[in-house]
Design a protein around this ligand. Sequence first.
Ligand code: HEM
Length: 133
Amino acid sequence: MDPQRLKGNFAQVATHGMDVAEYFYADLFQRNPQYRPLFPASMARQQEVLLGALVQIVSLVDDPEQLVPYLEELGRTHGGFGVTAQHYPEVGTSLVSTLKHFSGDDWSAELEKDWVEAYGVVAGVMVKAAGQN
Ligand code: HEM
């Protein structure tokens, strides 16, 4: 995985602002309508916190000493939201498809591999902290 490549790609995707989070949830709920009831009726705040968390995670991608405790806390919180290990792969699919959508011609097989790998690590830490591994 190439942290600089990830950061560069994310910085470019993030210029699309809240459209990114909106696209992500639309994709997630289209693929998995059964996930919708886990979330509040109004998704405005959720879109903001998701984007904030992604910015934080990507900025710490090469700083595991800070990233891991952050993800552990986030993982435990998610356990309380009724999120289980089974949900994580679907969220990863929608996240990668969102990044791909906003990357346009800049998307590449290498980027896809980087993101899949990075998401796998993130999800692994969150699930483990929630005690579901
Ligand atoms: C990289 C993975 C993920 C990130 C970065 C992330 C980020 C966040 C953040 C920052 C919050 C707000 C936490 C708070 O209010 O304290 C949140 C809430 C939530 N997330 Fe995630 N999440 C991830 C994975 C998932 C997965 C796999 C699911 C399962 C569908 C999920 C479902 C939820 C739900 C249901 C809430 C609570 C909504 C509410 O009631 O306000 N998340 N997420």
